[in-house]
Ligand binder design. Structure first.
Ligand SMILES: [Zn+2]
Length: 229
């Protein structure tokens, strides 16, 4: 049996601050009208959340030291550093660090690559201690945890793999049109920002061309491409 508005009313104060007004509103409306199926689901979900019943099991993805170091380096230059990686065939996810004003500063948010903050799918977050807290969309990617484990172990390598595969920078998503960039999977500006090697001698026989990259990569590109999930 799903929870009702009365159940929700009893646990309002256990909801996160940001959801209480909506929940209170639903409770008030339910006194006058029968909730629509969507509202009923929402009431049930909010009640479960307040009771802590929909918490999904967490998983350890490993030591995050390398990943945190990568992001810390980038945060000296970028406000919102992010990395885009593969998380399965045709599945692309974005990892970004939660800001100082967020609920869990310093943890790594796992979302879909495309869309604005509103339409992006939230798959969960990795705490600084390497605990992955799956979000409501985590089940959409059965291989998610495996890829997060691989990223924790070798963040730069896993990120670069995306660049090799797609020909787009794994950090700022710009097209890589320089052989040295495609060789490493990211452009020179991002290499500098994230403290990674770029353009070593092995690739110096390739013709160099300038790769334009923005100073700050917090802007999402206008267009989206590749697989959506
Ligand atoms: Zn880049």
């Amino acid at each position: 049996m799903p929870y009702t508005a009365d159940d929700l009313a009893a646990v309002l104060d256990r909801l996160p601050q940001g959801k209480r007004d909506t929940a209170f509103d639903l409770v008030q409306k339910a006194k006058k009208w029968t909730p629509s199926p969507a509202q009923a689901r929402y009431i049930d979900g909010l009640t479960k959340e307040a009771k802590g019943e929909n918490a999904r099991p967490t998983t350890q993805v490993g030591d995050l030291t390398a990943a945190i170091a990568l992001f810390d380096k980038a945060r000296q230059k970028l406000k919102y550093p992010k990395v885009v990686i593969q998380a399965g065939d045709d599945v692309i996810i974005k990892l970004s660090v939660a800001g100082d004003n967020s609920k869990n500063p310093g943890s790594i948010n796992v979302t879909s690559r495309d869309g604005d903050w509103n339409s992006r799918l939230y798959y969960g977050r990795i705490g600084k201690d390497g605990t992955f807290y799956p979000g409501r969309n985590a089940d959409r990617i059965p291989t998610l945890v495996e890829y997060l484990k691989a990223f924790a172990k070798e963040p730069a390598t896993v990120a670069a793999a995306y660049g090799h595969l797609t020909g787009h920078c794994c950090f700022c998503l710009r097209k890589l049109d320089d052989a040295r960039s495609t060789a490493v999977g990211y452009g020179p500006t991002c290499a500098k920002n994230f403290g990674l090697p770029w353009g070593n001698e092995k690739h110096s026989f390739e013709l160099p061309t300038e790769t334009e990259e923005p100073e700050d990569n917090e802007q999402e590109p206008e267009t989206s491409w590749g697989a959506r999930i």
